[in-house]
Write a protein that binds this ligand. Structure first.
Ligand SMILES: Cc1cc2nc3c(=O)[nH]c(=O)nc-3n(C[C@H](O)[C@H](O)[C@H](O)COP(=O)(O)O)c2cc1C
Length: 332
């Protein structure tokens, strides 16, 4: 049922799933009719994601990407066996999960949206009746999302996001790690492969050059004269759209959370909306606690992430910067 050529075509679609900083930590291996999901331990974010939560969530998104790709071929995942361990197997990879594959899949409606979803990091277009309707539909159909459209509340969240973001940027190790995953010039060897390139971050050439200086050698001086904070603010972008709070059952394995995360994001794409996570809001305890006080998650659930969301100028036009399939596949 599952041969190497099929796995290649499945991975080509599964790799379009979002991953934190686009580090693409997931690797795949065929074992009979099982697909082994493995983690490349060299692709982690020890500073921004010290517990590995977001990397594990990214594996979950990749698994959901695999489920969607399988569904298009009449196949389905009948069982997901999760491996919580961190012990490397051969090749230094760490098992994340084993997927049992069987016939009987029906095309998942979200699978058609995979190529149309991408992070939108520019400002959103001014809302109109269509946007309002799409946001209302999303709030009604996505049980994992709380949609916030009230301008005063968005303003509060934009302020919190800026404080949270700046809190992390003041840490030199954080800036260093972020810069290492940024590809600010088109000449960067990994520009179209992984990480965050200038196009994905909606930065023009000069802006990309400036970003490298502001986050790099000029940060300390700019901070001293009070310019670092305004120069790194995303407030205008956050205020230009709405907010979606993503919550999931407390105690859920982040791999399962990641599957739901990808589905919720594709749900936004289906509604004609574009989005981008703002992880700093949940990563910084101060903003996280302020947010959960203002917008308590439903009983038994935890706030996992926060999306900026709205109407994009180029909805559905999505370049994806990804590693070649061959590098994601481990031979059996
Ligand atoms: C767990 C997780 C957290 C993320 N957090 C952020 C974030 O805080 N800011 C951001 O701009 N993108 C964030 N992203 C989006 C990724 O950077 C994005 O998915 C990746 O660069 C691939 O690009 P694509 O979404 O356009 O396919 C996050 C993605 C995941 C899976």
């Amino acid at each position: 049922m599952l041969d190497q050529a099929l796995l290649e075509s499945l991975v080509a679609e599964a790799r379009l799933a979002p991953s934190v900083h686009n580090i693409q930590p997931t690797r795949w291996r065929r074992a009979g009719d099982r697909i082994l999901v493995l983690a490349d331990p060299t692709r982690r974010l020890p500073v921004a994601d010290p517990t590995g939560h977001d990397v594990r969530l990214s594996h979950g998104a990749a698994i959901e990407g695999m489920a969607l790709a399988l569904s298009r071929r009449g196949l389905r995942i009948v069982q997901v066996e999760l491996h919580p361990g961190a012990i490397p197997v051969d090749g230094g990879l760490i098992p994340v999960a084993a997927l049992d594959i069987a016939p009987g899949g029906v095309p998942d409606q979200l699978s058609d949206l995979v190529t149309q979803r991408a992070s939108w990091r520019a400002r959103f277009m001014p809302g109109n009746a269509g946007t309002d309707q799409a946001l209302a539909d999303l709030a009604r159909t996505e049980s994992d999302l709380t949609v916030i459209t009230e301008p005063g509340q968005i303003e509060t969240i934009a302020g919190l996001a800026d404080r949270a973001g700046f809190h992390f940027l003041c840490d030199a190790a954080h800036r260093k790690e972020l810069l290492a995953w940024m590809r600010l010039s088109s000449g960067h060897a990994a520009h179209a492969r992984d990480g965050l390139n200038a196009e994905a971050m909606a930065l023009g050439r000069l802006e990309a050059l400036a970003a490298g200086l502001v986050l790099g050698p000029l940060f300390t001086t700019l901070h001293l004269i009070g310019l670092a904070e305004p120069l790194t603010s995303d407030g205008a972008k956050t205020r230009s759209g709405a907010i979606a709070l993503f919550h999931r059952p407390a105690g859920e394995d982040p791999v399962l959370t990641g599957r739901a995360f990808y589905r919720a994001w594709l749900g936004m794409t289906r509604s004609g909306l574009s989005a981008c996570p703002v992880s700093v809001l949940v990563d910084w305890p101060e903003s996280r606690s302020a947010l959960t006080k203002l917008f308590p998650p439903p009983a038994g659930r935890r706030l996992v992430n926060v999306f900026r969301i709205g109407a994009a100028e180029q909805h559905g036009v999505c370049p994806h910067y990804r590693l070649p399939v061959a590098e994601l596949l481990e031979s059996t």
